[in-house]
Every structure is written in structure tokens, then in C-alpha cells.
Design a protein around this ligand. Structure first.
Ligand code: FAD
Length: 412
């Protein structure tokens, strides 16, 4: 895998201990991605004396958190009407309001904790290049408005307005929302790890958990006892005993170009560095990086039977080629640019595509995840929610509809 984010981190990576002896903790967190680390962060904020450790099978940010598209977006994998169908209208509105507010919470925390991850709040443009796509873009805006969200949350742009923001080839219609920022994913996850370590959380690397049971987790040669065990393993969950069908690992892939030249940048405009996607069937997601490269991602890779997850799946020639073709179509100027990086990784997909935050006080089992491809911001909200559930302070977040939301297991 040759991830641009991995290569462009300038700080030296810290070597961490692996777990070689039994442990006794208040809270044991499995997985050092955003979910695990934000959980550690908010728990320590609420309970500074809690004995918390994070146990990671590879190293910090090895998973999707170190290699995603860097969209820190308030939008969720489920729509407002899907939430309403399962819960009620007010629950749907509350879920989206909290999710939009999460971008502010992340910005505030990055500033207060001095985490430099190139956070830039440029919003998102959702484009359409034909009439069918246009109706999808319009429907998305209309749905938000029908739940009481305003033009300040999402609005249609005139063609002139959108072309002035990003010069997209063949654009037919577009909408804009301010509820998204770009980040450098790997810098965020490494920065977060440093912050929680400063707060007294121990992170163990190269320590694979094989089994999670109430108040006990097992590694090959060691056992950890904890009042609460948090599973934050997302796209790798199927590798844990009895969890093969909990979340399906679906792969998402990305490429990055060399930096655009000054004249290419002028041609494309894009001064406010909005994220961009369009309403085609294959999901695409794009950002222009801090140093002026186009980072272009796409989904559409086939599911690997039996929920297999392997390092060899992190590259997929055919999908990468399809992503490059889409990039050339959307931004013809990129035909002259070298694609310098290609990578990919697994997302965690629940059977009903609805993420959840789960906590059972009696067994001490907790989990968060199933964000599909929208976890950069959602992990923060999920972790805050879980921290309040664990300390039992009846915080309003603990009544959000994703709390203890059940999703059926996958069939294979
Ligand atoms: C290519 C790609 C692009 C994406 N783009 C975006 C985007 O632009 N915006 C967005 O919102 N979302 C995006 N996502 C999704 C987003 O990155 C994830 O939803 C989010 O990072 C999930 O964080 P996490 O901590 O739950 O999981 P992860 O970051 O995957 O972390 C899970 C961690 O658990 C560890 N682990 C797993 N099993 C064990 C075990 N048995 N023992 C110990 N440790 C274990 C793993 O090694 C891993 O480090 C993208 C994902 C991918 C792959």
C-alpha cells in the first residue's frame, strides 16, 4: 500500500510497547483508530482517574483512520427519513443536528489540544452531470429542508456559483453544505494518540485481541480484565472470534496526484478547498490537499466472501483504474498529472447500514462503529456518546437513536 497520508507525515512515529503480561483496568479499548482514541479521550475528560488502555493489533492509525479520504463530514450513512422510519421524526432531526455540530466540536478540540491535521472547513459541493443526478442532488436538499434544516445547512447553487468554486467538467447542477471540513487523516490519528497518552492512557501496539468476553479480553498469551471492554475494530471486526458476521468489511480505494501547477490550479479554481462528490452510481469523494494534490476516492469493490480482510486487498488495479478514469472525466486537467499514490482499506458495514453505539452495563460490553464510509466525524460523536453512557451521567447524547441500535448479523 502506498498511501499519500502515510508518506506525508513528517513527525517521527513513536515506538510503543506490545502487551506481554496480564492487565487489570477500568476500561479496555480494542482498536487505536479514531473510535478507540476519541473514546479514551472523552472518558478521561469525564473521569480523569479511570485506568484506560487501548490495545491495537498493528499500530496507531493502521486502519481506515490513517488512510481515508479526509472528509470530516456531518452527513451520516443513513438519511433522515431512514432514521425516522426506524425511530421517529424528532430522533432523526436530533441525530443530524448533533452530527452537524460535531464538526465544530472537532475543530474546537483540535485547537484546544493543539492537534495540527490541516483542518480546513470548506464545506462540500455535491454535483450532477446529467438530469438523473440532478434530481438526486435536489432531493437531498429538499429532504433536509423538509425536516426543518435551512439554506444555511444545504442549498442549491447556480451553475455560475458552483463553477466559481470548482471548475468541474460538464457540471449540470450542484448543491453546497458548510457541514464538512478536510483533514489529513493520519496526522489526526497520530495527534490524537499523543493527546490521550498525555492524559495517562497507555496504548499497546502489535497486540492482537483474539476474543472479547464480558469483562475479559484474550490475546495470544495474555488476558486483560476490565470493568468495561470497548470494541472499536470497524472493518477488521470479522477477524475476532464470534464476530465474523457483525460488520461486513467493504473496501474503499483512493489515488492521489502530484501537486497541481499554478496554472492548473487557476484553471480548476477551488480556492476554498471544498470537498467534492457527485451523484453518479459509483460513490466518489474528492479533496484537494493542503499541498495542492487531488486525492480522489471511490467505492464499488466486490465483497470478499466470508468477510475476509487481507493486506493484499488494500490495492485493486481494476478499481484504481476506474477511479483514475472518473478523475480524468471530472477534472480533465488531471490527465497531465502523474498519479503518485494508490491505496485502500476496509470500511465496517452493518447489515442495515446504520452505525451504532452500544453499551450494556451488566456485561460491561461496549462497541461503536458501522459508519460505512462516513466515520471521520461520526467517530467523535459516537465516542462522546459512549463516554457519557459509560459514566452514566444521563447526558442528552445518550438518547440519540443510534444508542443500542440493533442491526441483524450478515448472512455469510
Ligand atoms: C479508503 C477509505 C476512505 C475513506 N474516506 C472517508 C472519508 O473521506 N470520510 C469519512 O467520514 N470516512 C471515510 N472513511 C471511513 C472512515 O475512515 C472510518 O469510518 C473511520 O476511520 C473508522 O474509524 P475506527 O476507529 O472505527 O476504525 P479503524 O480506523 O479501522 O480502526 C480500527 C482499529 O482496530 C484495530 N483492530 C482491529 N481488530 C483488532 C484486534 N482484534 N485486536 C486489536 N486491534 C484490532 C485495527 O488494526 C485498527 O487500527 C474511509 C475509509 C477508507 C478505507
Amino acid at each position: 500500500m502506498n498511501s499519500y497520508w502515510h508518506e506525508s507525515v513528517t513527525s517521527t512515529e513513536v515506538e510503543r510497547d506490545s502487551l506481554n503480561s496480564d492487565l487489570d483496568l477500568d476500561i479496555a479499548i480494542v482498536g487505536a483508530g479514531y473510535s478507540g482514541l476519541w473514546t479514551a479521550y472523552y472518558v478521561k475528560k469525564l473521569k480523569p482517574d479511570a485506568r484506560v488502555a487501548v490495545i491495537e493489533s498493528n499500530n496507531v492509525g493502521f486502519g481506515a483512520s490513517g488512510r481515508n479520504g479526509g472528509w470530516c463530514s456531518g452527513f451520516l450513512p443513513m438519511t433522515l427519513s431512514e432514521i425516522e422510519k426506524q425511530h421517529n421524526r424528532q430522533a432523526a432531526i436530533e441525530m443530524y443536528s448533533q452530527s452537524f455540530a460535531t464538526i465544530d466540536e472537532i475543530e474546537k478540540t483540535l485547537n484546544s489540544e493543539k492537534i495540527d491535521c490541516d483542518f480546513h472547513r470548506g464545506g462540500t459541493i455535491h454535483g450532477a452531470t446529467n438530469a438523473v443526478q440532478r434530481s438526486r442532488v435536489v432531493e437531498e436538499v429538499e429532504e433536509l429542508h423538509s425536516y426543518g434544516f435551512s439554506e444555511d445547512d444545504s442549498r442549491l447553487l447556480t451553475l455560475e456559483e458552483s463553477q466559481a468554486r470548482i471548475n468541474i467538467s460538464g457540471l449540470f447542477a450542484a448543491s453546497y453544505t458548510p457541514h464538512c471540513a478536510t483533514i489529513h487523516p493520519k496526522k489526526l490519528v497520530l495527534g490524537l494518540a499523543k493527546v490521550v497518552e498525555r492524559m495517562g492512557v497507555k496504548i499497546y501496539e502489535n497486540s492482537r485481541v483474539t476474543e472479547i468476553n464480558p469483562r475479559i479480553i484474550k490475546l495470544k498469551n495474555t488476558t486483560v480484565r476490565a470493568d468495561v471492554v470497548v470494541r472499536a475494530t470497524e472493518g477488521f471486526t470479522s477477524l475476532i472470534k464470534r464476530h465474523r458476521r457483525t460488520l461486513a468489511p467493504l473496501y474503499s480505494y483512493m489515488v492521489a496526484t502530484e501537486p497541481l501547477t499554478k496554472s492548473q490550479r487557476e484553471e480548476i479554481s477551488w480556492h476554498n478547498r471544498e470537498t467534492y462528490h457527485d451523484a453518479r452510481n459509483m460513490i466518489i469523494y474528492v479533496q484537494i490537499t493542503h499541498d495542492g494534490r487531488i486525492a480522489f476516492g471511490g467505492r464499488g469493490a466486490p465483497y470478499h466472501f466470508g468477510s475476509r480482510v487481507k493486506p493484499s486487498y488494500d490495492n485493486h488495479d481494476e478499481i484504481h483504474q476506474r477511479i483514475i478514469s472518473s478523475m480524468h472525466e471530472v477534472f480533465p486537467v488531471t490527465k497531465d498529472l502523474e498519479v503518485t499514490h494508490r491505496w485502500g482499506g476496509p470500511l465496517g458495514v452493518p447489515r442495515d447500514w446504520q452505525p451504532s453505539v452500544n453499551y450494556d452495563q451488566r456485561s460491561g460490553l461496549a462497541s461503536l462503529g458501522g459508519y460505512v464510509g462516513d466515520g471521520v466525524a461520526a467517530t467523535n460523536l459516537a465516542a462522546r456518546t459512549l463516554a457519557h453512557l459509560m459514566v452514566g451521567d444521563d447526558h442528552p447524547l445518550t438518547t440519540l437513536p443510534w444508542v443500542n441500535h440493533p442491526s441483524r448479523k450478515w448472512e455469510v
